[in-house]
Design a binder for this molecule. Sequence first.
Ligand SMILES: [Zn+2]
Length: 66
Amino acid sequence: MNREIKLKNCPFCGNDAYLAESWEQTKIVQCAVCGCHTVHYANKLDAIEAWNRRVSAPETSEKKSR
Ligand SMILES: [Zn+2]
Protein backbone atom coordinates (compact mmCIF):
# COMPACT_ATOMS: atom_id res chain seq x y z
CA MET A 1 0.00 0.00 0.00
CA ASN A 2 1.33 3.35 -0.95
CA ARG A 3 -0.04 6.10 1.16
CA GLU A 4 0.30 9.61 -0.09
CA ILE A 5 0.52 12.19 2.60
CA LYS A 6 0.24 15.82 1.81
CA LEU A 7 2.87 18.16 3.00
CA LYS A 8 1.64 21.20 4.76
CA ASN A 9 2.94 24.63 3.94
CA CYS A 10 5.98 26.02 5.64
CA PRO A 11 5.30 27.13 9.21
CA PHE A 12 7.59 30.11 8.81
CA CYS A 13 6.90 31.60 5.41
CA GLY A 14 3.80 29.68 4.32
CA ASN A 15 5.22 28.46 1.03
CA ASP A 16 5.34 24.99 -0.44
CA ALA A 17 7.57 22.35 1.04
CA TYR A 18 8.98 19.34 -0.72
CA LEU A 19 10.49 16.02 0.15
CA ALA A 20 14.20 15.79 -0.47
CA GLU A 21 16.66 12.96 -0.28
CA SER A 22 20.19 13.35 0.93
CA TRP A 23 23.24 11.66 -0.48
CA GLU A 24 22.91 9.17 2.33
CA GLN A 25 19.40 8.46 1.12
CA THR A 26 17.88 9.87 4.23
CA LYS A 27 14.76 11.92 3.80
CA ILE A 28 14.03 15.44 4.82
CA VAL A 29 11.23 17.84 4.13
CA GLN A 30 12.38 21.24 3.14
CA CYS A 31 10.77 24.55 2.39
CA ALA A 32 11.32 25.68 -1.19
CA VAL A 33 11.61 29.30 -0.20
CA CYS A 34 13.19 29.85 3.19
CA GLY A 35 15.03 26.55 3.27
CA CYS A 36 13.99 25.44 6.71
CA HIS A 37 13.81 21.69 7.01
CA THR A 38 13.30 18.75 9.27
CA VAL A 39 16.07 16.56 10.53
CA HIS A 40 16.99 13.52 8.49
CA TYR A 41 14.87 10.43 8.61
CA ALA A 42 15.40 6.99 7.17
CA ASN A 43 11.74 6.78 6.29
CA LYS A 44 10.00 9.43 4.23
CA LEU A 45 6.79 9.03 6.14
CA ASP A 46 8.63 9.92 9.30
CA ALA A 47 10.00 13.03 7.68
CA ILE A 48 6.59 14.06 6.42
CA GLU A 49 5.00 13.39 9.76
CA ALA A 50 7.64 15.43 11.53
CA TRP A 51 7.13 18.29 9.13
CA ASN A 52 3.39 18.28 9.44
CA ARG A 53 3.60 18.05 13.19
CA ARG A 54 5.87 21.04 13.28
CA VAL A 55 3.57 22.99 11.02
CA SER A 56 0.57 22.39 13.19
CA ALA A 57 2.44 23.00 16.40
CA PRO A 58 1.82 26.73 16.70
CA GLU A 59 -1.90 26.34 16.27
CA THR A 60 -2.44 23.32 18.39
CA SER A 61 0.25 23.88 20.95
CA GLU A 62 -0.72 22.96 24.43
CA LYS A 63 -2.95 25.51 25.90
CA LYS A 64 -1.28 27.52 28.51
CA SER A 65 -4.47 28.13 30.33
CA ARG A 66 -4.17 28.77 33.97
ZN1 LIG B 1 9.59 28.58 4.47
